[in-house]
Design a protein around this ligand. Structure first.
Ligand SMILES: Cc1ncc(COP(=O)(O)O)c(C=O)c1O
Length: 493
């Protein structure tokens, strides 16, 4: 007959805390823990319910219920005449159920190659801490206003069934209607609400476009430098990626066609090249569209921050040149907040079903409550007013930052550009941007180095600096800190 352990051999029981409540659950957890750690061996008999109840000061019913629970889980078994014991069936499994702290592997567990690639991506996409000059931190004057708060409360309080069920994977119709109208007016985009698919932001739009448009072995074109979130997606696919340098007119279209005329798709940021900032010239836009028509290729236009142009009106979209060849991506991250995780794509008629299918596969659609809020914010006129307001605040902050850098760090060469939420400042030759970014981090400022956004063939050294989310005083103070950081490197050079 299996022996009964004495209570002191089950240390997990000592962890039961009568002041914390849920005593039955605590007992179940403690016994399960004792079994998994081997304090109660397979086949070992448990103390009787009466003994356990008396010793622990619990009711006998609580102990019986705990035993029943563990019997149902298959951890214990009751045998007539021999009480309750640890289930024999656990015998072969015990080494596997031991908590990992007791079974430390002697060598690292090999993980799939794809898992290693995703881990490497994390380093590139981790957000910067919320300190100047991080990008997209809409606080204070540029945060969503009182109207947003009121609409949010109204909609959240309405308890409408539309907020609780599964919704259309392409997104809420009223939001798609508002976006279509906004894009037609402000971005010269040619679209109907049916062409719009709501996404979790432009990042997801890039991912969906790559999944829908590209197959194994396809050739694909992208800018150099480019948004790391895009390059990581393309590098993860089994495609031939060609990086094409940008110059003062943006993406070098002639070079791209020379390198890979039969590319299936090209990913570009025509309004505001990421990260450098120049727009793609009209002649290059027209050549690119002509190429796409001729070779049956697709243009993915990432229009991530074009609303924020400070000199004149935003540039019209490329999509307006050919709505059947261009997949247009927009986002609410820059003009409202990245935390919303909402954006949109405008897709050609021929691809509507494909993109909605892919969107359904990738998460069944976006949360509907925030979609209702944005739809109301747009249709009631607050969105346009918000953009006008932030454009003016950002425009001032941008001027302040450029002025502060000219004063504190004249060795930096600020790239001429007139839109977006960041500037690019080039470092003097021989100074490594990654080292500066790290030293800046230690000094409490957040900048991104440009070199990791370039292909191995391109050697650029500069800093990407956001100005949107910080007051003029914060920007000036951070520029003074940056001066000190740069000084360490200038002295060392
Ligand atoms: C060029 C570019 N594309 C896409 C994104 C993704 O934006 P989100 O997914 O927040 O809309 C970003 C974010 O910074 C970006 O800079």
């Amino acid at each position: 007959m299996p022996k009964r352990p004495v209570m002191s051999q089950i240390p997990a029981l000592g962890a039961i805390d009568r002041t914390q409540g849920h005593l039955g659950k605590q007992l179940v957890d403690a016994l399960r823990d004792a079994i998994s750690k081997g304090h109660l061996a397979v086949g070992e008999r448990l103390p009787s319910t009466r003994t356990l109840a008396e010793t622990l000061g619990l009711s006998r019913g609580t102990v019986s219920d705990a035993f029943e629970q563990l019997i149902a889980e298959g951890c214990l078994e009751a045998r007539t005449g021999s009480g309750t014991q640890v289930a024999a069936a656990l015998h072969d499994l015990m080494p596997h159920v031991l908590p990992s702290s007791m079974t430390k592997p002697t060598s690292p567990i090999p993980i799939p190659e794809s898992a290693q690639r995703y881990a490497a991506v994390l380093n590139k996409l981790n957000p910067l801490p919320s300190a100047p000059f991080a990008i997209a931190v809409p606080e204070g004057e540029v945060a969503m206003d009182e109207h947003w708060r009121k609409l949010s409360n109204r909609i959240r309080g309405s308890q409408s069934a539309a907020l609780t069920g599964y919704s259309d994977p392409s997104g809420l119709l009223s939001l798609r209607e508002s976006i279509a109208e906004y894009l037609r007016k402000s971005r010269a985009v040619l679209c109907k609400p049916e062409n719009i698919v709501i996404t979790e932001g432009a990042q997801q739009g890039l991912y969906l476009a790559s999944k829908v448009l590209l197959s194994n072995g396809d050739s694909v074109l992208a800018e150099d430098p480019a948004y790391p979130g895009l390059i990581s997606i393309l590098e993860d696919l089994n495609v031939q990626l060609h990086r094409i340098p940008v110059d003062d007119q943006g993406f070098n279209v002639a070079k791209a066609i020379e390198v890979s005329a039969n590319a299936k798709a090209v990913f570009v940021t025509p309004s505001h090249q990421y990260p450098i900032g120049m727009p793609l010239s009209m002649s290059r836009r027209l050549t690119l569209v002509e190429w796409a028509r001729k070779y049956n290729s697709w243009i993915v236009e990432d229009d991530y921050d074009s609303e924020l142009r400070y000199a004149g009106y935003p540039f019209p979209s490329m999509q307006g040149l050919d709505s059947e060849r261009v997949i247009y991506l927009g986002t609410f991250s820059k003009v409202l907040a990245p935390s919303l995780r909402l954006g949109y794509m405008v897709v050609p008629d021929s691809l509507v079903a494909s993109f909605i299918g892919a969107r359904a596969l990738m998460g069944r659609g976006s949360p509907s409550t925030e979609q209702h809020v944005i739809a109301a914010y747009m249709s009631e006129g607050y969105f346009d007013a918000h953009i006008r307001r932030i454009r003016s605040v950002y425009g001032e902050r941008r001027e302040v930052l450029i002025g502060a850098l000219e004063k504190e760090a004249p060795e930096l060469k600020v790239q001429p550009a007139d839109q977006g939420m960041h500037i690019v400042a080039w470092l003097p030759e021989g100074i490594d941007d990654i080292q500066i970014a790290e030293a800046a981090r230690l000094a409490g400022i957040a900048v991104r180095a440009i070199s990791p956004m370039c292909s191995a063939n391109l050697k650029l050294s500069g800093l990407m600096m956001g100005f949107g989310g910080f007051s003029q005083d914060q920007l000036k103070a951070a520029a003074r800190k940056l001066k000190k950081v740069l000084k360490q490197f200038n002295n060392a050079a």
